[in-house]
Design a protein around this ligand. Sequence first.
Ligand code: SAH
Length: 213
Amino acid sequence: MTDTPRHAALRRRLAEELQKKGIKDEKVLDAIRNVPRHLFMSSSFEPFAYNDSAYPIGANQTISQPHTVALQTELLNPQPKERILEIGTGSGYQTAVLVHCGATVYTIERIRELHLQAQATLNNLKYKAICKYGDGHDGWNDIAPFDRIIVTAGAEEMPMKLIKQCKIGGVIVVPVLDNGTLKMLRLTRQSEEDFTQEDFGPCAFVPMLKGIS
Ligand code: SAH
């Protein structure tokens, strides 16, 4: 598969749709207009790549819905040169969006097959990200702390070991289960022990699982 002017036109339309759904950050919309989502999916889904929907990527996982990717990126508000840790590489699409925003992205995936595939896709498309195979609950201690952390799978409870790898003053965007409902949360680390929390409402993600596969 290649990228064509037709795909670029579909991306511009998708960015307009996301804008209507409330996404305001111009750098996020610019990433949506530029990152070729169809190249992060199996060719059988190519006709649907610029619909605002999640699709299977193998191993029972999905590429996140574009609105979810845009919302999480807007909440994270990555700045150029910042070091960002992403949990749940999946297809690598969210990773590429963060790289497009100018961040240095470290990303962890627990399913080997997806880790290898996303690493190859990002590499082929020249999105420079550092991919690791492992359990995101452990974070990436050797190279912590990070300016920002984004989790793209739903956590059963707050992953404390992971969020403690964020700098003081840094931001974490993580979907966490609360009374049976997955909520999109943004935490800001205020001090060694204190995090403030904002709730951006219900959301849908595949579960954040323990261990590797
Ligand atoms: N950002 C991805 C979303 C993929 S779905 C994309 O846009 O394609 C979430 C991904 O999180 C899945 O690939 C799943 O395997 C992975 N995941 C779930 N639990 C994890 C964990 N504990 N550590 C790392 N990755 C995890």
